[in-house]
Ligand binder design. Structure first.
Ligand code: HEM
Length: 350
């Protein structure tokens, strides 16, 4: 960093140096995304080789660190006073790296359906390199102009996205997650409740409506996320954007797995299927990817709803202290629900 005697000029030089640093921030989510499948593979190998469970867990935690670190990049690039094209690139790449778990699952399912076995890491690496090539050719260091979030079409779409999410939550997701919470009581309890719920969500009228609503969430989310990656953002705005990116890939991947990979080929899509019974998620080289994929989906879904709720409360003049406390409260509940569902999926029983 160049030093100068004038404090104002020194501040400017420091701001410029900091923003140059942020121009290169995209390297972090990029490297993290490349590492992600290796963390899964090494964690699986540690488990199979009989290493201490602490080693398996420690390596698995580094897989969870990939979306966590990418989230920090989403936040840091949104918190800067001036946002350049490169920083938008960094934020969008970081959003994709947050969504590495469902993206890697989707890739695995597509390769499996194409009968391409054992090349997931090579294809994943190639795709990320291609993505980086494309993004770096199309980004600039010039400041970007923020999208007017007050635009009326944008606001109407945001309201529709919120109403549709509420309908999906009531009609399907709340019961679906409640069903997965019961996994800690064993596959039989889970199955009994699922069979009762299936009467509702597999109903010939309701099921297509649920699926269409999910597609609407993905498409409207893709439109809404664009301005969010250009404008300044606080921590909860960043969480809303990052969780939205995760859910977009998760829903696409999960619906494809349930309907194409399983139901189309006549596989029973019950709890045993979801947790790779009898081998188990951690012991199976392919299925270990489902652990971060599912657990973070539960967390990000609840966090995304909490952040949406915060925007609604803020726009209806609720006091900041009240909406902040409610948002963090719901996120905390999300963490708890995630921990219980994940424990059930790796075999914990009550
Ligand atoms: C721990 C997390 C989750 C697990 C283990 C899981 C597992 C499953 C399973 C086993 C099915 C098939 C159910 C059946 O055959 O009746 C299913 C269906 C489905 N799940 Fe999930 N799921 C999880 C979270 C989610 C989340 C967060 C979403 C959406 C954001 C979601 C959306 C769906 C949809 C749309 C279906 C298809 C429903 C239908 O049959 O019409 N799931 N899931």
């Amino acid at each position: 960093m160049m030093l100068t005697a004038n404090p104002a000029a020194r501040n400017l030089v420091e701001t410029e140096s900091v923003s140059v640093l942020f121009e290169w921030l995209w390297l972090l989510p990029f490297a993290a995304a490349l590492y992600y499948p290796w963390a899964l593979s090494w964690s699986n190998q540690a488990h199979l080789s009989g290493a201490s469970p602490l080693v398996t867990v420690a390596i698995m935690l580094t897989a969870y660190a990939v979306p966590a670190m990418a989230f920090i990049c989403v936040y840091l690039t949104g918190a800067q006073p001036v946002i350049s094209g490169r920083m938008v690139l960094a934020r969008r790449l970081a959003c994709l790296a947050v969504a590495a778990p469902p993206a890697y699952t989707l890739l695995g399912v597509l390769l499996y359906l194409m009968k391409i076995y054992g090349h997931d890491i090579a294809v994943w690496t190639g795709l990320w390199l291609a993505l980086i090539g494309y993004f770096t050719m199309h980004s600039s260091t010039k400041p970007v102009v923020s999208f007017p979030a007050s635009d009326s079409a944008y606001r109407r779409l945001r309201v529709a996205h919120g109403i549709s999410s509420l309908a999906i939550m009531v009609a399907f997701l709340a019961p679906h997650l409640f069903n997965h919470l019961l996994g800690v009581f064993g596959a039989d309890v889970h199955r009994a409740v699922m069979e009762a719920l299936r009467v509702v969500y597999r109903n010939a009228v309701l099921e297509p409506i649920i699926i269409v609503a999910f597609f609407f969430q993905i498409l409207s989310g893709l439109v809404l996320i664009r301005p969010k990656t250009i404008s300044r953002a606080d921590m909860l705005d960043a969480l809303q954007t990052a969780s939205g990116a995760y859910l977009t890939l998760f829903i696409a991947s999960h619906i494809n797995s349930v309907f194409t990979l399983a139901r189309y080929f006549g596989t029973e899509t019950d709890y045993k299927w979801a947790v790779a019974d009898p081998v188990g998620l951690v012991a199976d080289a392919w299925s270990i990817r489902l652990l971060p994929h599912y657990s973070l989906a539960v967390f990000f879904l609840i966090a995304h709803l909490a952040c949406g709720m915060r925007v609604v409360m803020r726009n209806h003049d609720v006091r900041p202290a009240v909406y902040s406390a409610s948002t963090w409260g719901v996120i905390l509940v999300g963490g708890l629900v995630t921990a219980i569902i994940t424990a059930g999926m790796i075999g914990a029983r009550l």
